[in-house]
Each structure stands twice: as structure tokens, then as C-alpha cells.
Design a protein around this ligand. Structure first.
Ligand SMILES: *Cc1c(COP(=O)(O)O)cnc(C)c1O
Length: 348
């Protein structure tokens, strides 16, 4: 009875499982939210925009689209805005990928890609990372379509510019680069969108701009790709960016000083936390994101996850495949990370 009225499609789906949003007070290092608040200009802009909620918002994101174009020195026709990058990515999959052209991605990467592939009837093929979890040169050779997270999640490791260019130039069809963690030190492909007619770069304000709760993200690419995404949007939901989100996102993008300062603090905390964990004997992958991927052998990752939770610290444990012995740990404030390091010392 439970699923009697469900479509065949809904019955067959295995949805993405998001990290837990706990009700109790924990040191929350499990979903890569920013440790610091957004620019104070965001709150002011959102309050002001609330006066106009009677009216539908512009369907293209309006001032948010303009601010993103201005930030990157692009035309607004090269920017597509939506309700978080999960939505931008889903629409990009629909707009650019086809069932008869397999989409290549990494074997260890964002676990939402297989869910969208399944939902949209696409074939997703995986390319293995090397033993150190780096992208191997030549590994995407002959691919017709690619989706790549850079820096990668959950490893935190970023590909160098030469390798990124090799992948974009070596792919006949579209290449989507998901730069959810841009801002924390990695090299971005976004400045290249004018050079490559097959490149779409996706950015979110959830991580480096401290706005996971606002739901705002955008894609940058040549106008012929952007109009494909707009075609999907206008066939599904014409108003994905509400007035509050557009105003808040525009204000955040226009306060580059705040953004830089906040990312700089997180990078400093990240690098010293990594060193402290290495000193404790853990293998920790090099990270250019706001999280660390930490290998646990004694005790194993599952036991470590539970022991940390018992001490009031919540991290992310995926528990399968090549990385089942790793924990993903978001970089919190300096106090959060001191508490985390201390707990790790006691548990090991
Ligand atoms: C967090 C994350 C997203 C989703 O971000 P939203 O904009 O909050 O939907 C997309 N891709 C990767 C790799 C992420 O880590």
C-alpha cells in the first residue's frame, strides 16, 4: 500500500542522502557550511527586498545575475542563476547531457551525480583517481561529456590548470565543472568560459559566501549554453530565485573584502588542523576546500565517527567504497577545531 500510488519512476529512485541537520547542540562539522556569518550587507539587502514580496521576482535572478556577471567581468548573457547549485547542476544535466552519450566523472566524487543520472536516464561512467586520490592525466581521454568537481568532494583535492585544460580540450561535448568550493585556494576554470564553447562552470554561495540557508548559485558559460539552461528552467519553474535570495546573493557577491577575509581565516585554520592531525599519525589529503578528508585506521572511521559524536562533535562518514576508512571534517572556527583535535587525541 505504501507506494501503491507512486509512479514507476519514484518507486525506482534511490535519492541522495544529505548530511544530518541535528536538533541538539553539537559542534557541527558535517555539511561544509561556513564557520563565519555572511557579510552584514546581506541581512540589510534581504530586509529591504522583503518590502516587494507581493511581486514575482525576475525569472533570471535580476540583480543577482548582474552582480555575478560584474564580479567575473562577463556579460549577463553568460550567467544562469538558480536556487542553489544542486538545482543549477540538475538543470545543466538536463540541458546538456544525452542518454546516448555517456557522462564521465570521477570514482570518488559528489554523490548527487549518480542520482541525477538515474532520474534523467543518463549513463554515468566513472574514471578512477590514483592511489593518492589525484586525477590521473589522460584519464578522461575520449570522453564525450564530463562532470567534474574541482576541488573534488569529499577529498578536497584540486586539479592543476594544465590538467583542467587537458580535460576541457579533450572532450568533444560539454564539460561541467562544479566549483562548489572555489574561494579556498584552488585554481578556477571560470575565467576560461570565453575561450571554450563547451565549458560550463557552476558556483554556489553556500560554502565560501556563508549562505547555505539562502539557496543561491549560478553557472557561467557562453550564451549558447546559458540559453539551454534557461530553456529547461522555463519548462519547469520560471522563478527559481526568490526576491530575498536575489538581493542577499547580490549583496554578498558585491562584498568581496568580507568574502576574502573569511576564506583566508578558514584556509589558515584548515592548514594548521591538517598539520595537527598529521602529527597525530593520521593520513590527511591535501585540501583546497573548507574541509579535510581524514583516514582513520585505529580505531576505524565508523568507530571514530561514533566516538566523536559521543563527545558532541558531528563529522561526515560515508562508509562505503574506496574511502570507507575516511571521515570528512568541515573546517569550523578555531575553537571548534581545537575541540576536534583534542577529541581526536583522546580517541586515538
Ligand atoms: C555543497 C555542494 C553542492 C550543493 O550546493 P548548494 O548550492 O547548496 O545546492 C554542489 N556540489 C558540491 C560538490 C557540493 O559540495
Amino acid at each position: 500500500m505504501e507506494k501503491a500510488y507512486w509512479s514507476a519512476k519514484a518507486r525506482a529512485l534511490r535519492p541522495y542522502t544529505a548530511g544530518e541537520q541535528p536538533r541538539e547542540k553539537l559542534i557541527k562539522l558535517n555539511t561544509n557550511e561556513n564557520a563565519y556569518p555572511p557579510s552584514p550587507r546581506v541581512t540589510a539587502a534581504v530586509a529591504e527586498a522583503a518590502a516587494d514580496l507581493r511581486l514575482y521576482p525576475p525569472s533570471d535572478g535580476g540583480i543577482f545575475r548582474e552582480a555575478a556577471a560584474q564580479l567575473h567581468g562577463l556579460d549577463t548573457t553568460q550567467i544562469f542563476c538558480a536556487n542553489g547549485s544542486d538545482e543549477v547542476l540538475a538543470q545543466a544535466f538536463l540541458a546538456l547531457f544525452d542518454p546516448d552519450r555517456p557522462v564521465y566523472t570521477l570514482d570518488v566524487t559528489y554523490s548527487f551525480y549518480p542520482v541525477w543520472a538515474d532520474l534523467f536516464g543518463l549513463e554515468l561512467r566513472t574514471v578512477p583517481l590514483d592511489k593518492d586520490y589525484a586525477v590521473m592525466p589522460g584519464s578522461f581521454a575520449g570522453a564525450g561529456a564530463v562532470v567534474l568537481t574541482n576541488p573534488n568532494a569529499p577529498t578536497g583535492m584540486a586539479a592543476r590548470p594544465g590538467l583542467l585544460r587537458e580535460i576541457i580540450e579533450g572532450t568533444d561535448g560539454p564539460v561541467i565543472i562544479d566549483e562548489a568550493y572555489a574561494g579556498f585556494g584552488s585554481h578556477s576554470a571560470l575565467p576560461w568560459v570565453g575561450e571554450y564553447d563547451n565549458l560550463l562552470v557552476v558556483r554556489t554561495l553556500s560554502k565560501s559566501y556563508s549562505l547555505a540557508g539562502l539557496r543561491a548559485a549560478y553557472a557561467a558559460g557562453q550564451p549558447h549554453l546559458i540559453t539551454a539552461l534557461e530553456t529547461i528552467r522555463n519548462s519547469y519553474n520560471s522563478y527559481p530565485v526568490d526576491r530575498l535570495a536575489a538581493a542577499g546573493a547580490a549583496a554578498a557577491l558585491r562584498d568581496e573584502a568580507w568574502h576574502k577575509e573569511c576564506c583566508g581565516r578558514i584556509m589558515k585554520t584548515r592548514d594548521r588542523t591538517r598539520q595537527a592531525l598529521i602529527d597525530l599519525g593520521h593520513r590527511v589529503l591535501p585540501s583546497e576546500a573548507n574541509f579535510l578528508f581524514v583516514e582513520c585506521t585505529d580505531p576505524d572511521a565508523a568507530s571514530m565517527f561514533q566516538a566523536l559524536r559521543d563527545r558532541g562533535i558531528l563529522v561526515r562518514y560515508f562508509g562505503s567504497g574506496r574511502t570507507r576508512n575516511f571521515l570528512r571534517v568541515t573546517i569550523g572556527t578555531d575553537d571548534d577545531m581545537d575541540a576536534f583535535i583534542k577529541a581526536m587525541e583522546h580517541i586515538s
